[in-house]
Design a binder for this molecule. Sequence first.
Ligand SMILES: Nc1ncnc2c1ncn2[C@@H]1O[C@H](COP(=O)(O)OP(=O)(O)OP(=O)(O)O)[C@@H](O)[C@H]1O
Ligand SMILES: O=C(O)C1=C[C@@H](O)[C@@H](O)[C@H](O)C1
Ligand SMILES: [Mg+2]
Length: 181
Amino acid sequence: MKKLENIYLIGLMGVGKTTIGKQLAKALQRPFYDSDKVIEDSMGVDIPTIFSYEGEEGFRLREQAVIQQLTALPGIVMATGGGSVIKAENREALKASGFVVYLHCSIDKILYRTRHDTQRPLLRTDNPRQRLQSLLVAREPLYMACADFKIDSGSLPGKTVVKTILQQYRAALEQHESIAS
Ligand SMILES: Nc1ncnc2c1ncn2[C@@H]1O[C@H](COP(=O)(O)OP(=O)(O)OP(=O)(O)O)[C@@H](O)[C@H]1O
Ligand SMILES: O=C(O)C1=C[C@@H](O)[C@@H](O)[C@H](O)C1
Ligand SMILES: [Mg+2]
């Protein structure tokens, strides 16, 4: 049976996984992990540097190792990298071990939120809008295949997003417990 002890946030870059994840962890008094930050801390360099030396493929292998490691921990909140759902092994690990929340918002909002960003190598292109659109088309089915709950994190204030996720999580826990007993 699927476990629900952990909460995982998935979605495109810039939708607010790190921001919302930290607030959820605080509300639940749980440890917070950000898979991107765990990779950066373990390597001692930032993500653009990893991409430039190892390519996206090298980064994905490191990401897979970190997702496997973190999904084995009990009682955590994790913000995942935007591309963590690409690998089937990651999707399986996320789905099996936690309540998965898919944060989404409009491409316009993502572009606005990431307008000063230098840390997202996949947006370093002449046409970031087109890049985000094609990432969304490719990934939407993968996000949906993992998600227990999908929420618009673009038009709602962060506080409301956190409150709604907590309500959904508690409802899922109750249902889970009644099925198990
Ligand atoms: N609900 C919100 N309302 C307004 N701004 C927000 C909200 N959530 C996040 N932001 C802002 O949007 C930007 C991107 O958020 P964040 O870094 O949390 O996204 P992310 O999903 O973790 O991105 P990545 O996948 O690249 O790590 C940040 O500047 C953050 O302050
Ligand atoms: O969407 C993506 O593929 C990425 C999102 C970021 O969180 C980082 O994991 C990295 O920049 C790649
Ligand atoms: Mg993040």
